[in-house]
Every structure is written in C-alpha cells, then in structure tokens.
Write a protein of this length. Structure first.
Length: 221
C-alpha cells in the first residue's frame, strides 16, 4: 500500500519548479514530471532546509544560533546548532527527515559536535563527485523504497547500468491531494523572520557539500 502522505523533502522534489530556478549547463537536474530542468544546487538546498525546518516544526529539534571559538580560541563567531528536543519522528525511516533527530542526538553526545554542518556531513553519508545531485537521488531512492517511485535500471553496452525513476499515476494522485504552499510558507517565514538562521543554514549546507565533494588526486610522484 502506498503511504498516505509525502514528506517535506519529497514534496520539494516533486514540485521542484516551485523551489528552484531554471537549470544551467553545469547545474541542472531533470524533474520527474515533464521535461523541465531546474538548478540541482537550489533544489538540493531547498530539500535540506525543508527537512530541517519540518523537524523543528514538529518539535523534534531546535535550530539555535550560538557563538563558538575560532582561530585557536582567539575570537568568536556565530554558528548554527541542531538541538535534539524530543523523539517525535512522524516519517518512516526511508525519508530524509527521519535521520535528523537521531543524528543530532548522537552528535550532541559526541562532545557537543551538533552543528548543522556536521549533521549534514553525516546525513550525506559519503563523498561523491556532485553531492548536490546526490541529495536529489537520495530522496528518489527513498521514495522508490516506499513504493512512490518506480526504479528502472537500464543496461548500456551490456556492461554499464543506469538507474532512473518513473512517477506512477498513484503518486501523481497523491501529489494532487497535498499542496506545497504551506511548505513554501515555512521556508519564507524562516527567510523573512529569522534571517540569521536562514543565512547560517545556507552557509552550513555549502560547508557540508564542500566536505562531501570527492576530490581527484592529480599529484604526480
């Protein structure tokens, strides 16, 4: 049986044109509906911010701005922390949102390393050539496990395989029943009413993406 509700990150993915601008030559991902391409960077950022703010909205975490020591303790700077509040996780484990509370709890127990950037590094799991696209594919894979997308694997040249996803009619019908406007309002409220949190969220996402970007060793012995 299909789930009766989409998670916030899934809503962003399926309504990508409402959360990300038009794609460019080096920054694009094709949406699951139609032929439209949007910015992978903007779409992945909206997915991650939505997952964090939705957890805060249900009371699982709090996003707190605090100062921390930098430059060997010689000065202080603002940073953003994920404080686990209570174990309220209304999403199944296949959803991106479900990982945030346990990760925040573990990082807090590990010498208070629960900055947003550290949480996102753990959430992304591994280094990849393009972590922005990996975020998008992570949500797709979770939806496929939930029966919301059809996973199709194609063989090329009898050696290489390519995986893509198709949007079934049942999921399209589910999507029509769940408006994305409240999620847009959640993000806009943070941007307008909590500008410091919004700015730090973007900075911490970029930091985590940078840490998870696979580097090619081009050094010559």
């Amino acid at each position: 049986m299909l789930p009766t509700q989409l998670s916030p990150s899934e809503l962003v993915l399926l309504n990508g044109e409402a959360f990300a601008g038009k794609g460019t030559l080096l920054d694009k991902v094709r949406l699951l509906q139609g032929d439209q391409e949007v910015s992978a960077v903007q779409l992945a950022q909206a997915i991650l911010i939505s997952a964090l703010l939705a957890n805060e909205q249900v009371g699982a975490i709090r996003l707190e701005v605090r100062q921390k020591k930098v430059l060997l303790g010689m000065t202080r700077a603002n940073s953003l922390y994920v404080e686990p509040d209570r174990k309220v996780i209304p999403w199944t484990e296949e959803c991106l949102e479900a990982s945030i509370y346990p990760l925040a709890s573990n990082l807090l127990a590990n010498k208070g390393r629960n900055e947003v950037s550290n949480l996102l590094v753990a959430l992304l799991r591994e280094d990849t050539p393009n972590p922005w696209l990996s975020v998008v594919e992570r949500v797709k894979a979770g939806m496929a496990r939930r029966g919301l997308l059809k996973r199709v694997e194609e063989k090329r040249l009898k050696v290489f395989s390519r995986v893509h996803y198709q949007l079934p009619d049942d999921t399209k019908a589910l999507l029509l029943k769940q408006p994305y406007a409240p999620l847009q309002q959640l993000l806009e409220h943070c941007r307008q009413e909590r500008p410091q949190v919004w700015t730090l969220l973007q900075a911490h996402i970029r930091s985590a993406i940078n840490q998870r970007t696979e580097r090619t060793d081009t050094s010559v012995d």
